[in-house]
Design a protein around this ligand. Structure first.
Ligand SMILES: Cc1ncc(COP(=O)(O)O)c(C=O)c1O
Length: 400
């Protein structure tokens, strides 16, 4: 019997061979995944990698990107989340329970600290803060379960004493989770970063930054090398319904091919800007891990042996400049746009008041307002010229 056109529209023939060999892997969009028969339905193992049962548990598209990210970061297993922050939250909700203690670096990505404080208020988890360049300030009790690391901190750019902190965490049987967004798996290998082959247990990466590279997609990942940890995360990921769009995954997958080239370019441009910024009289401090004067520089040198340092550089203005002055400076920039995030083609600028951002006394940071430059893919000479012009907006008596 001839089917009604409405039915035919839905059951359109798929006669063309479904697979070709293409540069990019095929894109699967799926909430429902169709089982061939009831045997397949009853024998599904949704808690296993590569077992297809429902869109939230993974498709060939998501597993392919996840495998790529795991490989880039030196890990073995990877889960994708809809943003970097949601990947962070997955780790927190998977490994922290009532009464536990969690340690965070004072310069940790702000919303992670906020999420932990929320858990502290609601579930009685104790949040303790350490100074990332002084492992002695990490003093875990027997309740400590997890330590968050970030290398380098994404605003003040201190590179932590990763080896000292990880060794201490391992002595106390505490899980180590590193926000690996800055290094992106390219500046150093978080799963083998010292002569002693030290490794963190978990990395979290805001794929929103360098892997996406476009400033247009939000995504995050959680990578491990330990099957047991991965299975715990996999189950939490599934029961929380954490999933990503196949279209977004395909875009990130496409950008991965150029990620290292972009990272190297941005890292190089940031170094060029660093050299210039250091000579400008308006700044009391320029922050960048590759600079000898920056806190944690020796740790950076030890771990980032290829000299990579991402595309972030921050400056602290002389304290005599007011907030109004610095706002005028930011507003006068033409190529640097005012916005959060980094790793895209467009250079960005953001203004911070350190007073609101630190718990511990930060003796290595000068007083003053901080501006972070996120270097995009523009030519560094044009970016320098842009800053030079905007600096002219500062009061003339201070502009030497
Ligand atoms: C260091 C760091 N980690 C995590 C995140 C969170 O990523 P997302 O914006 O994808 O939530 C950010 C975002 O700015 C970040 O800078």
């Amino acid at each position: 019997m001839k089917k009604n056109p409405q039915t035919t529209l839905i059951h359109a023939p798929r006669k063309a061979p479904q697979y070709i060999s293409s540069v990019q892997p095929p894109l699967f969009r799926a909430s429902t995944i169709i089982f061939n028969n009831t045997d397949a339905l009853f024998n599904r193992h949704w808690t296993d990698d590569y077992d297809y049962s429902y869109g939230t548990h993974g498709t060939p598209t998501t597993f392919t990107l996840a495998d790529n990210i795991a490989q880039i970061e030196g890990g073995q297993y990877c889960l994708l989340a809809p943003s970097g922050l949601s990947a962070i939250n997955l780790v927190n909700s998977c490994f922290l329970s009532q009464g536990d203690e969690v340690w965070v670096a004072d310069n940790i990505y702000g919303p992670n600290m906020e999420h932990l404080h929320n858990l502290q208020t609601r579930y009685g988890i104790t949040v303790k803060v350490y100074n990332p360049i002084d492992a002695d300030t990490f003093q875990p009790t027997e309740k400590a379960k997890l330590i968050w690391l970030e290398a380098a901190g994404s605003v003040t750019l201190e590179f932590p004493d990763l080896a000292g902190l990880v060794k201490k965490a391992k002595q106390h049987n505490i899980l180590t989770a590193l926000d690996n967004t800055w290094g992106a798996g390219l500046a150093f290998n978080a799963f083998d970063f010292s002569e002693e082959h030290l490794a963190v247990d978990i990395t979290v990466h805001a794929l929103t930054k360098y892997p996406s590279g476009g400033g247009d997609i939000l995504m995050g990942s959680v990578v491990t090398r330990d099957r047991k940890l991965h299975q715990q995360l996999f189950r939490m990921h599934a029961i929380q319904g954490i999933s990503v769009s196949g279209d977004d995954v395909a875009q990130v997958q496409r950008s991965l091919a150029s990620m290292q080239l972009r990272y190297q370019h941005q890292s190089q441009s940031a170094s060029t800007l660093l050299d210039w910024l250091k000579q400008q009289p308006e700044f009391v401090q320029v922050l960048h891990p590759a600079d000898e004067a920056s806190a944690g520089h020796s740790y950076w040198k030890e771990i980032c042996t290829d000299g990579q340092s991402a595309g972030l550089v921050s400056v602290i203005f002389k304290p005599e400049y007011t907030l109004e002055d610095i706002r005028r400076f930011c507003d006068a920039l033409e190529l640097f746009k005012l916005g959060f995030s980094w790793g895209g083609p467009l250079s960005l600028v953001m203004l911070y008041n350190l007073k609101d951002m630190r718990v511990l006394p930060h003796t290595h940071l000068q007083q003053g307002l901080l501006v972070r430059f996120c270097i995009g893919l523009e030519h560094p000479a044009d970016l320098i010229h842009d800053i030079e012009n905007a600096l002219k907006q500062l009061p003339t008596q201070q502009h030497e």
